[in-house]
Design a protein around this ligand. Sequence first.
Ligand SMILES: [Zn+2]
Length: 216
Amino acid sequence: MMRLNLDRSAQQVLKVLCIGSHCDDIEIGCGGTILRLAEQYPACEFHWVVFSALGVRQVEAHRAAELFAGTRLKTPVMKLFQDGFMPFMGAEVKAVFEKELKQLSPDLIFTHNSQDAHQDHRLIAGLTWNTFRDHFILEYEIPKYDGDLGRPSVFMPLDLEVCETKVRYLMQIFQSQHDKHWFKQETFLSLMRLRGMECNARSGYAEAFYCRKLVL
Ligand SMILES: [Zn+2]
């Protein structure tokens, strides 16, 4: 399979916008890819927004953004929308996109999958496409009880070491999620192992994305 590279050299700034509904979505969906991009494109910068960052979860989200993006992190935007209620506050959520995100004009955007079973995730995915109409958007996946995983089309092979770092960060930082039966390192590693198999990754591991539009 021929590999495609992003249209930036290692010296050029690569502006990445990471969008998540809840604390831990970005990290679960594309944490390994963020770690790899930071290595591959040293001049990249990560803009970060989490729409439901309440209480202790906001502390965790800040810490995670700092760990994953490191010195390349631009001031993270943390909003206080209630988990599960975003579609009912659509106007306020859209205003964040219009007033705080649109002007960033990122080169690459990570957002939720439009087919995700979670209503907040779907709203954020839709607003991403509404707001950024001439941008490169990759939709990440979040494993969950609902069983909504699909057939992604873009793969980012990752070294096992990167996957292990991602999972270690997830387990260390998001202590508030440890009572969820699925929030286990096996869940995260298993999905990356399956995606690695699908793209024939040398390491055996990968993260995967849905891409609606790609310009060569
Ligand atoms: Zn979420």
